[in-house]
Design a protein around this ligand. Structure first.
Ligand SMILES: [Zn+2]
Length: 419
């Protein structure tokens, strides 16, 4: 064998429908012009780097490519879930969380089409943050070998503890604190690590709390994205928070002041001159279908999140969310003995299908809300899209039902539904 062996042949995914990104996300642009769409095209992948190739140059390249037949189905970017509290029996907020737990959950998420995600923590006490957050720091700095065939951890979403206590939902009341004084010392005393050495990449906070606006500036100056939620803020405070750097609303409608025509609250930011993205739990349990559709008609900047907890992927019965007891029954999870929803038990695959059903949007638009939109919230351009140079983390979706059939990481098949 020659020592000058040629590079491995690129993979050419053929016989597939590819979702293209929207031509523009300008709200004023007619949806028919702005919407993502599906096109029958090939996708080329460099099998050694795992990156998507420019199809114009790869098509004429040498060596000839190796075809991968997609059977006429939709080949989409892998889903990106920026709010996942746990799944498959793993609770990311558990004080006993281990590296093996993170690895196991990350691997099993591939079956739901998720190839990257933000493990999300409910509001915890400083001693529990000090136990849990270092697990993610270790996982990110020295991933276990199994991480090569698992959904990528993008960093932690700290949902809390800087909430409005009246909007805490299923979060433990004694853990809720104000972000004051708005200093790096407050950050490290709560989360147990300096602001520039924390695995946190996204926080959800209530902008009306004392110190919140300068705290948003502090976080964004340190490359931590800020989402507004668990909040009773009025519209004006919401506008000020977006001006301070917040770029997202967390689970629109849930734990947020309802829309009122004289006091419209955070929901009206969707139609403001500088609209943020907004996440929504489109499982049909947390938000009524008509309300999902209203949000979609106000703004196309929808980000699908599962907000799933440990019971996702498991059977009905008793489960845990942080230190709180939760009961799962069918498609709902509530704090035991109450009607308070405690995270969802929905998969991203289900949310994509429900969004399409509830809003009447096209498949490519629903896929975009689970891929390109969440990636852009985190400022990531190397995933959530099918551009040359992006990671070939892909899902093959049934063109009619949008069910996940296969999941690829770097162009390599890592999960396949039983036939
Ligand atoms: Zn929440």
């Amino acid at each position: 064998m020659s020592s000058f062996s040629s590079p491995p042949a690129p993979l050419q995914f053929v016989n597939c429908l590819l979702p293209s990104p929207p031509a523009s996300t300008t709200p004023s642009q007619p949806p028919s012009l702005a919407a993502p769409s599906l096109a029958a095209l090939s996708l080329f992948v460099d099998s050694s780097s795992g990156l998507i190739l420019d199809s114009r140059t790869a098509f004429y390249g040498n060596p000839p490519s190796t075809p991968v037949d997609c059977g006429g189905d939709i080949l989409a970017p892998g889903f990106v879930d920026i709010q996942l509290n746990g799944a498959f029996g793993v609770d990311f907020s558990a004080p006993s969380l281990s590296l093996a737990d993170v690895a196991a959950c990350s691997a099993r998420l591939l079956s739901t089409g998720v190839t990257s995600y933000c493990p999300t923590l409910v509001s915890l006490s400083p001693p529990v943050y000090a136990k849990v957050l270092p697990v993610f720091s270790s996982y990110l700095s020295s991933p276990p070998p199994s991480a090569a065939a698992a959904a990528a951890v993008l960093g932690v979403h700290a949902e809390g503890p800087f909430f409005n206590p009246s909007m805490r939902g299923a979060h433990e009341p004694s853990n809720i604190v104000p972000p004051s004084p708005p200093t790096p010392a407050t950050f490290s005393s709560v989360y147990g690590a300096p602001i520039d050495r924390s695995p946190i990449v996204l926080t959800t906070l209530a902008p009306e709390q004392p110190g919140a606006l300068p705290f948003i500036e502090l976080l964004t100056d340190n490359r931590i994205k800020v989402s507004l939620g668990h909040s009773a803020a009025d519209y004006e405070t919401g506008v000020a928070a977006v001006g301070a750097g917040a770029t997202l609303l967390t689970h629109l409608y849930n734990q947020m002041t309802p829309f009122h025509h004289r006091k419209p609250g955070l929901i009206a930011l969707l139609a403001s001159p500088a609209p943020p993205n907004y996440s929504i739990i489109a499982d049909g349990v947390h938000v009524a279908p008509a309300a999902v559709r209203c949000a979609w008609e106000m703004s196309r900047k929808m980000v699908l999140v599962t907000d799933a907890m440990a019971a996702m992927g498991l059977g009905d019965g008793a489960h845990k969310l942080g230190t709180m007891d939760v009961t799962k029954e069918g498609g709902r999870a509530v704090l035991t003995g109450t009607e308070t929803l405690a995270g969802s038990v929905a998969s991203m695959e289900l949310c994509v299908r429900k969004m399409k059903e509830f809003t009447g949007c096209g498949a490519a638009e629903a896929i975009w809300a689970a891929t390109g939109q969440p990636a852009s919230v985190l400022g990531l351009e190397d995933r959530g899209n099918l551009r040359a140079g992006s990671r070939a983390d892909l899902v093959l979706l049934d063109k009619d039902t949008l069910e996940v059939k296969k999941t690829y990481l770097g162009g390599r098949l890592v999960w396949e539904r039983d036939k």
